[in-house]
Design a protein around this ligand. Structure first.
Ligand code: FAD
Length: 308
């Protein structure tokens, strides 16, 4: 698919998007989150997910954000839940709380070791041992739709891609029905991973996680922690633009557009966007994919608020 085709009929190709947000820490962050939700809601995403701090550090804020999405929008929320540094009973209480609130989709994650990425993970003695175990626990509580994480470049703790795919298979066997990938910038990595996943008999959708580069330095830091590669060509594209935010944004849009259109061209229909609680880049990329506002899907703004 090229740009012209995307503009004409991308929506007609069954492109479906989902958006990831994080729970805000301050009143200012709260405002940017809801502005982003308001801007992106009319694109009628399949779901919007809200991240969860490992060890429950954002438990209340994640829950409050998910509840507000349910109460004030027509969006379908997916609540992230991690099991690191928590007992099964604590995690189960969070999950049961979501049943009561009307949430039907959980993104089940182990979470990073409390000492930081790269440190050895040790499950809580009374906790779920990994994400597969967590998926099974969630499915015992209610008939949730469960999404899990996948890693085209393998998880940093993993010995190799094969071990990672074994873990993905365990998550599917436990009841996961969708995997969302860690972000990547080289589409070949995704397709190579997808081939291996399919060859191992895993049939669930492997939805690419797309990270628009809002801030190159921050992206490299995320990538280092996530075990994702930042290709040299990407660094070259942002080189020399530290003091030029306007050009950086144009480059970021071009880079992400090239990536999603490259994926769509080879048959990918579902995309998950790491929005970083900012809408415009993601909105523009969705537009290029042919995803247009759905009439009547507008997020109801409270008095005095404006979408900006
Ligand atoms: P698992 O699937 O349990 O394991 C990850 C990998 O470790 C496996 O693929 C496997 O290679 C290896 N491994 C683990 N156990 C074994 C074993 N017994 N034997 C062999 N290999 C093993 N983190 C948060 O804190 N909050 C979030 O909201 C959040 N959202 C995320 C959303 C997405 C889409 C992604 C991709 C990641 C997210 N993360 C989040 C990060 C995630 O918590 C970390 O990557 C974490 O280190 C691993 O979680 P997991 O669910 O992939 O773990």
């Amino acid at each position: 698919m090229n740009f012209a085709q995307a503009g004409q009929n991308g929506g007609g190709r069954g492109i479906r998007v989902s958006f990831e947000f994080f729970p805000p820490k301050s009143a200012e962050m709260e405002q940017s989150l809801w502005q982003a939700v308001a801007r992106l809601a009319p694109l009628d995403p399949r779901f919007v997910s809200v991240t969860y701090g490992a060890g429950g550090s954002t438990r209340e804020r994640t829950h409050a954000t998910v509840k507000r999405i349910l109460a004030e929008t027509a969006l379908t929320p997916a609540a992230h839940v991690t099991c690191v540094a928590a007992t099964r009973a604590e995690v189960d209480a969070v999950v049961s709380g979501y049943v009561g609130a009307g949430v039907r989709h959980i993104v089940a994650l182990r979470g990073d070791p409390p000492a930081g990425v790269g440190e050895k993970f040790a499950p809580h003695p009374e906790g779920y041992v990994n994400a597969a175990d967590l998926v099974a626990g969630i499915r015992r509580i209610a008939d949730f739709e469960v999404s899990v994480a996948a890693y085209p470049e393998k998880h940093p703790e993993s010995l190799n891609v094969a071990a990672d795919i074994d873990m993905l298979k365990a998550k599917v066997d436990a009841g996961a029905s969708r995997a969302i990938t860690q972000f990547f910038f080289d589409n070949e990595l995704y397709f190579r991973f997808l081939d291996r996943v399919r060859a191992s008999g895993i049939g669930i959708p492997i939805v690419p996680g797309i990270l628009p580069v809002q801030n190159f330095k921050q992206t490299t830091n995320f990538a280092a922690r996530a075990g994702a590669t930042v290709p040299n060509w990407l660094a070259v594209r942002f080189d020399g633009l530290d003091d030029d935010p306007a050009t950086r944004r144009l480059i970021a849009a071009a880079v992400a557009a090239e990536q999603v259109l490259g994926l769509a061209d080879r048959g990918v229909t579902d995309f998950h966007f790491y929005t970083m609680n900012r809408a415009d880049l993601v909105y523009a990329i969705c537009h290029l994919l042919g995803v247009r506002p759905k009439h009547g899907a507008r997020f109801p703004l409270t008095e005095g608020e404006s979408v900006g």
